[in-house]
Design a protein around this ligand. Structure first.
Ligand code: BTN
Length: 330
């Protein structure tokens, strides 16, 4: 009978059986009988669940058990919390990958729809802005990449970066209670330390956007010992800030929910409402800052966000400069 059954349904029934077993072993024979599929089909389906990030243990004679991974990323929990039409609906959960950016890029090139989401428990070569590496240890972070297919011109890219920061900031506040703030352009900080980074990579074709990959890295439940020494004073996590473990699956869904709403607002009303939301969540504005970019180092006071998403900075001589790219130090 296997092959004729809907794969999605039987995968879920398989998962239901393992969950009902509460960590006890189920023999391949029993599963095969209860699902009415061959032993080979059972084995293949367990393989697919493993690919989706579920952890199984196999023991001779006993069969398989779902390892107790209450806090593991759970595809079904993510799906259950989604209130979106498109974002996060086409979902891949990976146990380990080099970078979810690369995975999502491959899917986008193969025609994956807007909103396609890839999340991973661990990245072995996570990428940050400006060629930096992104530390992505297993099991505690949110490492996710989403395919965007925006209609607008190339100038939309920096605005989408800011939009992403607003969406993630709102999702973090709602899901964890941590009062995260945005540092220009799109780092999220708590207590002056970084807890989330966003990397928007655009693929350009004929002067237009072919697609973008929006990568989001949130240090959800990382602990001090999860970081290399040199990062420790500059970073924090939601867990460290709130004192409780955050449900990563719910947080991922919250990011998708916020993003879809703001993305629709942007498509309908343009950047202005996003600009105002960004300003209200910013920890950069009103502060003395140092900007480092290709032109070197500049100092001034961050005054606001311009209509394109540029940072407006008042220099000591009273002149107003627009900053389009670079790193800001508070
Ligand atoms: C930064 O602040 O430099 C941006 C960091 C972006 C990290 C995320 S984690 C998921 C996605 N995959 C990557 O390799 N990078 C982004």
């Amino acid at each position: 009978p296997d092959g004729r059954e809907n794969a999605g349904d039987s995968r879920d029934r398989l998962l239901d059986m393992f969950e009902a077993a509460g960590g006890d072993y189920l023999s391949g024979e029993e599963i095969s009988r209860r699902l009415g599929v061959s032993r080979t089909a059972v084995w293949k389906r367990i393989g697919r669940l493993k690919d989706a990030g579920y952890v199984f243990e196999a023991a001779p004679k006993l069969g398989y058990r779902l390892a107790a991974t209450a806090s593991a990323l759970d595809m079904r929990r993510i799906a259950a919390e989604l209130r979106t039409e498109r974002f996060g609906r086409n979902l891949t959960v990976l146990a380990k990958t080099d970078s979810t950016q690369t995975e999502a890029e491959t899917l986008a090139r193969a025609g994956a729809p807007e909103g396609t989401l890839v999340v991973a428990e661990e990245q072995t070569s996570g990428r940050g802005r400006q060629g930096r590496a992104w530390h992505s240890p297993p099991g505690r972070g949110v490492w996710m990449s989403t395919v965007l297919r925006p209609e607008g011109p190339l100038t939309a890219v920096p605005q989408l970066t800011l939009l992403a920061a607003v969406a993630v900031c709102r999702a973090i506040r709602a899901a964890s209670g941590v009062e995260a703030g945005i540092k220009w352009p799109n780092d999220l900080l708590a207590g002056g330390r970084k807890l989330c980074g966003i990397l928007l990579e655009a693929v350009v074709e004929d002067g237009g956007i072919r697609h973008c990959i929006m990568g989001i890295g949130i240090d959800a439940n990382l602990e001090e010992s999860d970081y290399p020494e040199e990062l420790r004073d500059r970073v924090t996590s939601l867990r460290r800030e709130s004192g409780t473990e955050v449900d990563r699956s719910a947080l991922i869904a919250a990011v998708m929910n916020e993003f879809e709403t703001l993305y629709a607002l942007y498509a309908e009303s343009g950047f202005e409402p996003i600009r105002l939301l960004w300003e209200s969540l910013s920890v950069t504005l009103g502060r003395e800052i140092v900007v480092r970019d290709v032109r070197g180092e500049r100092r001034g006071r961050a005054e606001g966000l311009g209509a394109q998403g540029e940072l407006l900075m008042r220099a000591e001589d009273g002149s107003l400069a627009a900053v389009y790219s670079g790193d800001v130090e508070l």
